[in-house]
Design a binder for this molecule. Structure first.
Ligand SMILES: C[S@@+](CC[C@H](N)C(=O)[O-])C[C@H]1O[C@@H](n2cnc3c(N)ncnc32)[C@H](O)[C@@H]1O
Length: 266
């Protein structure tokens, strides 16, 4: 599904908001499969506040992962860059990571109407042009034609099976110039761990997530059990190389050892 963001969140097609210029891109692609209607997307479409608690409480170590992203952008990217935030959600953590960097342009893609409405407000803090698009990134990335320097995916590749992950990573590789970077933070198993074992370790977080009611835990746990497919460290590396990336680096491991941040270079 690709939907014009102004249709989705009630904004004008192009408007100035704070320091950044926010524009909605026109796309005409029709999706053969409307992923936004998948039950796996329900929590992001209908209960964004439940995901927001998890971010605010740092249950998935957003703070550390996005601090790592910030450090890389500050220390290793010394020229103005176009940042593509794939599955940007409400963009709160990305805006923090981009503060004080050489960002020259921000583009975000997401399926969730609720998240994009919040992102539109959050991104006004950036002093650069901002474009938001409501689309399925699996279908949108292969058609992406605007040059970008950095592609970031925060916790959003794990709904895909390995062949779909590879297709997305190939599309990202095709977008990036020689000096570009692909960074992502996602569900990762140590080598040898099965999906069931990763799920068991995920479930062990339950006593620590005290800000959640039992019902909210059930919503999130149901979503993860239904829709999450972690890769092992070796399989992420293999996917990166198969997608055409020459260098694959692991840059951060969450203290829970459930998530890792990788950086890949063409
Ligand atoms: C776990 S949240 C991550 C949000 C943010 N990147 C972060 O790091 O917190 C997953 C996000 O991916 C979006 N999403 C999932 N599948 C998508 C797809 N195929 N195309 C576009 N957005 C998608 C959801 O709407 C949601 O905003």
């Amino acid at each position: 599904m690709v939907q014009h963001v102004s249709d989705a969140v009630g904004a004008a097609p192009s408007y100035r908001n704070g320091l950044g210029t926010v524009m909605a891109e026109q796309t005409s692609t029709q999706s053969p499969r409307d992923r936004a209607q998948d039950s796996s997307q329900a929590v992001f479409q209908q209960a964004w506040h439940i995901y927001r608690v998890l971010v605010d409480e740092n249950y998935l170590f957003h703070r550390e992962a996005y601090a790592c992203l910030h450090h890389i952008l500050r220390a290793e990217i010394d020229r103005p860059f176009h940042f593509l935030d794939v599955a940007c959600g409400d963009a709160t953590a990305s805006v923090g990571a981009l503060e004080g960097t050489a960002i020259a342009k921000y583009s975000g893609i997401d399926l969730s109407t609720a998240a994009l409405a919040l992102a539109r407000q959050t991104l006004a803090a950036l002093d650069c042009p901002v474009t938001l698009e409501q689309a399925d990134f699996v279908e949108r990335l292969p058609t992406w034609s605007v040059p970008v320097d950095i592609v970031w995916v925060g916790l959003s590749l794990h709904h895909l099976q390995a062949p779909e992950k590879l297709a997305v990573m190939r599309a990202i590789r095709a977008i990036l110039p020689r000096g570009g970077r692909f960074l992502f933070y996602d569900n990762t198993s140590p080598d040898g761990e099965t999906r069931d074992e990763w799920m068991r370790r995920w479930d062990e977080q339950n006593p620590l997530w005290t800000a959640y009611s039992p019902e909210e835990w059930d919503v999130m746990a149901g979503h993860v059990h239904e829709a999450d497919y972690p890769e092992t460290v070796s399989s992420w590396r293999r996917l990166g190389h198969d997608a055409g990336f020459k260098a694959v680096e692991e840059r951060f491991v969450a203290p829970s050892d459930l998530f890792r941040l990788f950086m890949m270079r063409p």
